[in-house]
Design a protein around this ligand. Structure first.
Ligand SMILES: NC(=O)c1ccc[n+]([C@@H]2O[C@H](COP(=O)([O-])OP(=O)(O)OC[C@H]3O[C@@H](n4cnc5c(N)ncnc54)[C@H](O)[C@@H]3O)[C@@H](O)[C@H]2O)c1
Ligand SMILES: O=C(O)C(=O)C[C@@H](O)[C@H](O)[C@H](O)COP(=O)(O)O
Ligand SMILES: [Zn+2]
Length: 360
């Protein structure tokens, strides 16, 4: 991997290592986390596709695995219960170490399990999807879906290390590449025009994996820098939630209807609505909105809903974690990299953005 052994000490104590030598970097990380026993959390895919890449490492000597199901449908209380139970029955103490080996579902749920087990044990994230590499494994948001809502229960708590090695991407399917890429596109939109231009000229049908791997480091550094300034999302971190007010509503809606969509697809759809609101309310240039929307529609297709669903989608948006006193809070953009947090929109404007999504 590019950028070998780049290491950044964040204020909030999470070390992100862009690794070209996973065994060495994991060994160093484990040595810095005093522990009596190691547990590795995997899902039933990463068990077969990712664990074999690390299971022979000497630094993992005597580890136990905890295997959970795949996809966001299992990012719930039952699975959390299973992880806590396995930790307890496996002899975990407060001095044990959990390694989350997987995508964002595993790092979110595993991070929350570790943060709450015996009031908190250390954990290390080894992200294995593009989405987890550029976003989910970094920044300390952990949690589960609950009551039909995304990430409704959770805590901010950093993993001690994130060890990012893009070799894992070799087995990732195209839909999950696209899903992670949506968060990269978000990072471009909230950063600068150069990054955005490179992102929307990328071919996602036949992705150049070597180029993508080089883009990962830039993308995660966008997140790192923002989280470093505002770890608890009191201000500028809301930029990282661009596309998520509508996006999480789509995601929860789809989950409720028994036709789950990948998180990144939901964010891509949410960005269409929020780019529309950005253009309508805070002056985002319409040509750049159209270019971005064209890119999203080309690679992510469309999400099917009718105007009869608008009230339900609006109700879901009222649960967004950025809201105060029931008022829906959007992060909008006046231009690429020109972030406007704490924006409101009327019900009519939100419905217009849903019309734009379906017809625009
Ligand atoms: N905490 C945060 O800041 C944050 C940020 C963004 C997203 N998220 C959360 O992350 C989750 C989505 O993460 P995700 O997209 O990684 O989903 P995921 O963890 O469900 O992984 C997607 C699929 O890829 C499989 N997989 C994982 N690694 C693989 C590999 N190397 N090769 C082949 N298959 C592999 C998984 O088994 C799963 O089937 C959502 O729950 C979302 O809410 C959290
Ligand atoms: O790290 C953040 O902050 C983000 O908002 C990143 C998002 O991509 C991510 O989906 C996050 O989990 C959303 O958090 P939530 O607080 O809206 O549940
Ligand atoms: Zn997201």
């Amino acid at each position: 991997m590019h950028n070998s052994n780049y290491e950044n000490n964040m204020k909030n104590n999470q070390r992100i290592i862009i690794s070209d030598n996973l065994e060495q970097d994991l060994t160093n990380a484990i040595n810095q986390c005093e522990h009596d026993k190691i547990f590795i959390l995997i899902d039933s895919s990463t068990e077969h596709l990712c664990l074999p890449l690390i299971e022979g490492y000497q630094c993992l000597n005597g580890y136990d695995t905890i295997t959970i199901g795949t996809s966001d449908t299992v990012k719930n209380l039952d699975t959390l219960d299973k992880v806590w139970t396995n930790l307890g029955n496996g002899g975990a103490s407060r001095h044990s170490l959990l390694i989350n080996l997987g995508g964002g579902m595993v790092t979110d749920l595993g991070g929350f399990a570790a943060s709450t087990f015996k009031r908190g044990i250390n954990f290390i994230n080894i992200p294995t999807t593009l989405l987890a590499m550029v976003d989910a494994s970094v920044g300390g948001k952990t949690g589960i879906n609950y009551n039909g809502l995304k990430n409704e229960i959770g805590v901010f708590n950093d993993s001690k290390f994130v060890i990012l090695n893009t070799t894992f991407l070799n087995t990732l399917d195209n839909m999950n590449i696209c899903s992670g890429y949506a968060e990269m596109l978000k990072h471009g939109l909230i950063s600068n025009e150069k990054m955005w231009a490179e992102l929307i000229s990328f071919d996602l049908v036949n992705p150049d994996l070597a180029k993508l791997q080089r883009m990962v480091a830039d993308s995660v550094s966008v997140k790192e820098q923002i989280v470093d300034k505002d770890p608890l999302e009191q201000g500028i971190r809301k930029a990282l939630n661009f596309g998520h007010t509508a996006g999480h509503a789509f995601e929860s809606f789809a989950l409720k209807q028994g036709r789950p969509i990948l998180h990144g697809y939901a964010v891509a759809y949410g960005m269409i609505c929020e780019l529309y609101l950005s253009a309508a309310l805070v002056g985002f240039p319409t040509d750049k909105m159209r270019q971005t929307v064209k890119f999203i529609k080309e690679y992510y297709g469309l999400f099917d809903f009718t105007c009869n669903d608008y009230d339900h989608l609006l109700e879901l948006m009222t649960h967004d974690k950025k809201n105060t006193a029931g008022i829906i809070n959007f992060t909008l953009l006046s231009g690429i990299g020109d972030i406007k947090i704490n924006q409101t929109a009327t019900k009519e404007e939100i419905f217009d953005s849903l019309d734009f999504f379906r017809e625009g």
